[in-house]
Design a protein around this ligand. Structure first.
Ligand code: NAD
Ligand code: TYD
Length: 347
């Protein structure tokens, strides 16, 4: 198969390619990425020179460039990771989210429709549980849960999900959608909670906790997510949605405490000094209280389940960041420093 991966230089896309390019020399993988601030080609060093891997720098919003890549590579399968992905950035600057997540997805759907005869090809759209809005203290998101997004990010992802399903119903485009919970693991840009905390802990900087830290997220180890997508591509049904979760609900404050303990164990730093870095800062507007996923469909129909517990996945993640200081330095660009100043300077 010829598999085109959008956003393959970002966190989840790079983990997907690092996992699958070496494992499947019989498939050719094309990584299409605009290389925004969130991208890092250094994350792909292990696959960059493989014969079954090609990189194309293209912005999804440049339709003629996108069509040219489709005409050249003629993908059989498209895996759509590319997006603006950070909720806080969508609050300070929503325009880029509408542009990439809505217009970019629209362009991708049109490029697929142009290339593939009716009923042929496959677009796998990677989405988020945030489209469902916030849960109270109990309950789980199911595939049929009503969409109720709270942030510009989740509203733009909800829009893209609707576009993908509409292209299936109206034009017969073969699509599959997965909505997953919060990912964590190697190669994640340190604007998201877990890598931000790890880097701040290593440098003994304050640990910003929004509000009281009582918001709950369901954490999914990134390789478990990538395996779920691969299973859906190979064994899922067209037009079907699959929820993917980690069975690992955690309050934010407990994530912070677990990371303090792990870094203390792994680096020899005194735990009390690390816990003393916690700072409660003003809450995110529209902050969803709780996300939790019911993954029973993908477990029952496709036999997938997460391999990592939160404890085992978090330890792997901490060890990866400790062992990859050069990667950390490479993402410490001017943009990263500017974001930290803009987002946390006034909190
Ligand atoms: P990321 O921000 O780390 O990477 C996004 C990638 O997309 C970057 O490499 C960037 O250069 C590329 N990109 C952005 N705009 C583009 C454009 N216009 N054209 C081409 N490429 C563009 O994101 P991630 O965390 O790897 O998330 C990947 C996907 O998974 C996203 O669709 C996101 O909504 C979804 N998702 C992420 C999480 C999570 O916890 N990270 C959870 C659920 C769903
Ligand atoms: P984040 O990693 O931004 O993912 P999402 O908003 O998509 O769930 O945030 C995870 C949780 O951590 C969320 O409840 C917000 C909270 N948070 C903090 O408390 N402090 C921070 O500095 C960040 C980035 C997030």
């Amino acid at each position: 198969m010829r598999i085109l991966v959008t956003g393959g230089a970002g966190f989840i896309g790079a983990n997907f390619l690092n996992l699958l390019v070496p494992r499947h020399p019989e498939h050719h993988f094309v990584n299409l990425d605009a290389l925004t601030y969130a991208a890092n080609l250094g994350s792909l060093e292990a696959v960059a020179n493989r014969p079954n891997y090609t990189f194309e720098r293209v912005d999804l919003c440049d339709f003629s460039a996108l069509r040219a890549v489709f005409a050249q590579h003629k993908p059989d399968v498209v895996v759509h990771f590319a997006a603006e992905s950070h909720v806080d950035r969508s609050i300070t600057g929503p325009r880029a989210f509408l542009r990439t997540n809505v217009e970019g997805t629209f362009n991708l759907l049109e490029a697929c429709r142009e290339l593939w005869p009716p009923g042929q090809g496959l677009l796998h759209h990677v989405s988020t549980d945030e489209v469902f809005g916030s849960l109270g203290a109990t309950g789980l998101f199911h595939e049929e849960t009503r969409y109720d997004p709270s942030s510009p990010y989740s509203a733009s992802k909800a829009s893209s999900d609707h576009l993908v399903r509409a292209w299936h119903r109206t034009f017969g485009l073969p699509v599959r959608v997965s909505n997953c919970s919060n990912n964590y693991g190697p190669l994640q840009f340190p604007e998201k909670l877990i890598p931000l905390l790890i880097l701040n802990l290593l440098e003994r900087k304050p640990l910003p906790v929004y509000g009281q830290g009582l918001n709950v997220r369901d954490w999914l180890y990134v390789e478990d997510h990538c395996e779920a997508i691969w299973v859906i591509i190979n064994a899922g049904q067209n037009g079907r949605t699959y929820n993917v979760g980690g069975r690992s609900e955690q309050r934010n404050i407990d994530v912070v405490k677990k990371l303090c303990l792990l870094i203390a164990e792994e680096s020899g730093a005194p735990e009390a000094e690390l816990v003393g870095l916690v700072r409660h800062v003003p809450d995110r507007p529209g902050h969803d209280l709780r996300y939790a996923i019911d993954s029973s469909r993908i477990e029952a129909e496709l036999g997938w389940k997460p391999r990592e517990s939160f404890e085992s996945g978090l330890r792997k993640t901490v060890r990866w960041y400790l062992a990859n200081r050069a990667w950390i330095d490479s993402v410490r660009t001017g943009e990263y420093r500017r974001w930290i100043e803009l987002n946390y300077g006034s909190r």
